[in-house]
Design a protein around this ligand. Structure first.
Ligand code: PA5
Length: 447
């Protein structure tokens, strides 16, 4: 049950010689990564996380998840960026497509809503309305403990929780995932006595899905986090121990960098399962924030297929030729639906009678990959055997490891994000935050 990478369809775009040359760069980059000698090397805790994690905290996560499952109709996960995308990706990948809409009897676990990843009044208003009459708990997640979007959401929802249950019970329904010692959230959690989980110092937000950041919400959804970690450990072993020829993560890092050097500055990740939409969102953050700096990087984009073949398909086939495409293919579907024959073949689909929906989906995928290749969009494929916890753990690690290697091949520090500070400074200045007075005047004059 291994996640694998297939770049055989790029043969008309890249030569063997280019692979050999890039292989050397990829192996050098891997060495810099694992010897922890490169830029950002104080944020490499994720490398060993699948085998070296806090076992006591892991048990507490499972216990907290069981409590939330038993006393809550709804779990609110408050966080933004790396503090929510991994959990959302995992829950959508592993659980029912209509998870929140199912009856509680079928689902057996709480509804889960993500909040604090926008500043929308209507989103918050509708969420508050939805919570009416429901028992709920909050998992507030912020490594820094000071991020504005989740902090505002937490202030509003903490009051709602306190008004409903009183301060003491509310305190037992709030779980804070944050830095072990610093930040406003840690201070508040200590003062109010919330149960806390730690985002390790050496794990950056976008690499934190296998810490409590991802694990608590994922466990609440009923997914098996032990299997998730086992999958990640398997992915780690292959990424660390395999030579280039059998190292899928290294090959992915290498091939996308060859294509970048040939003018393919945009990588589209394509999925054929709606439940992979947020996996692609997680990937976009991981790669966008890690590589897009110093005026370099591959712009990560994503499409949901076949839906977007009826919109973005035109551009991919025929627009500016600066695209490469990586398809995530789930090999074994979750069940089978057969197309039946009809006496009157009015819709002309009888030629598919007896075939499964997945047969159609896979042929749509194969046909599209060849069409895009013919349209000068090099196509790669990541094969995921099935949508289970083990494979997802492998996939998370595959992407993380390839990201570190790819960033070093590019020559950037993949583990910082200086660019995200600029909007925050402007927002604080415009909001009138103390300390930003001078900048406020300058910005107001420009508006
Ligand atoms: O990858 C990152 O570091 C960011 O996307 C953060 O996860 C995001 O900004 C949220 O930060 P915090 O967890 O400190 O609230």
């Amino acid at each position: 049950m291994q996640v694998t990478f297939d770049y055989s369809k790029t043969a008309s775009f890249i030569s063997e010689e280019e692979i050999v040359n890039m292989k050397k760069l990829a192996l050098d980059a891997k060495e810099v990564l694992v010897s922890r000698t490169g830029a950002g090397n104080d944020f490499l805790g994720w490398i060993d996380l699948p085998v070296d994690y806090d076992k006591e905290e892991f048990k507490r996560i499972q216990k907290a998840a069981a409590k939330i499952q038993s006393d809550s109709d709804v779990l609110l996960v408050i966080g933004i960026g790396g503090s929510y995308l991994g959990a959302r990706a995992a829950i959508e990948f592993l659980r029912n497509n209509f998870y929140n809409c199912m009856s509680k009897e079928d689902r057996k676990t709480p509804e889960i809503y993500f909040v604090g990843n926008n500043i929308s009044t209507s989103y918050m208003k509708d969420l508050i309305h939805l919570l009416n009459g429901k028992d709920f708990s909050i998992n507030v997640i912020s490594k820094s403990g000071t991020t504005t979007e989740p902090a505002i959401a937490f202030r509003i929802l903490k009051k709602l929780l306190t008004d409903k249950y009183g301060a003491e019970e509310a305190g037992k329904r709030i779980y804070a995932t944050t830095d072990k010692a610093r930040g406003a959230l840690k201070t508040l959690a200590d003062k109010e006595g919330y149960e806390t989980f730690v985002v390790p110092d050496d794990v950056g937000g976008r690499f934190s899905v296998l810490t409590a950041v991802g694990l608590l919400p994922i466990a609440v959804s009923g997914a098996d986090i032990e299997k998730l970690m086992a999958g990640a450990a398997s992915g780690r072993k292959r990424a660390l121990e395999n030579g280039f020829e059998t190292n899928d993560a290294l090959q992915y890092a290498a091939v996308r960098n060859i294509l970048l050097r040939k003018g393919k500055g945009i990588e589209i990740t394509a999925n054929y399962e709606p439940s992979l939409h947020y996996l692609a969102e997680w990937w976009k953050q991981l790669y966008g924030e890690s590589e897009g700096k110093d005026q370099r990087g591959i712009f990560p984009a994503a499409v949901d297929l076949t839906a977007d073949l009826h919109s973005m398909g035109q551009f991919i086939q025929d627009g500016s030729r600066n695209l490469m495409e990586t398809v995530i293919s789930v090999e074994e579907p979750c069940g089978e639906i057969l197309i039946e024959a009809e006496a009157e073949d009015l819709d002309g689909l009888n030629y598919l009678a007896g075939k499964s929906m997945d047969f159609v989906n896979k042929n749509a995928m194969n046909g599209t990959m060849l069409a895009h290749t013919d349209g000068q969009v090099p196509n790669m494929k990541i094969c995921v055997p099935k949508q289970d916890e083990f494979c997802l753990g492998e996939l998370f690690y595959f992407y993380e490891f390839a990201c570190g290697v790819s960033g070093y091949i590019l020559g950037v520090n993949p583990f910082n994000q200086p660019g995200v500070e600029s909007y925050k400074k402007n927002m604080f200045a415009l909001l009138g935050k103390p300390g930003y007075e001078e900048q406020r005047e300058t910005l107001l004059a420009r508006l």
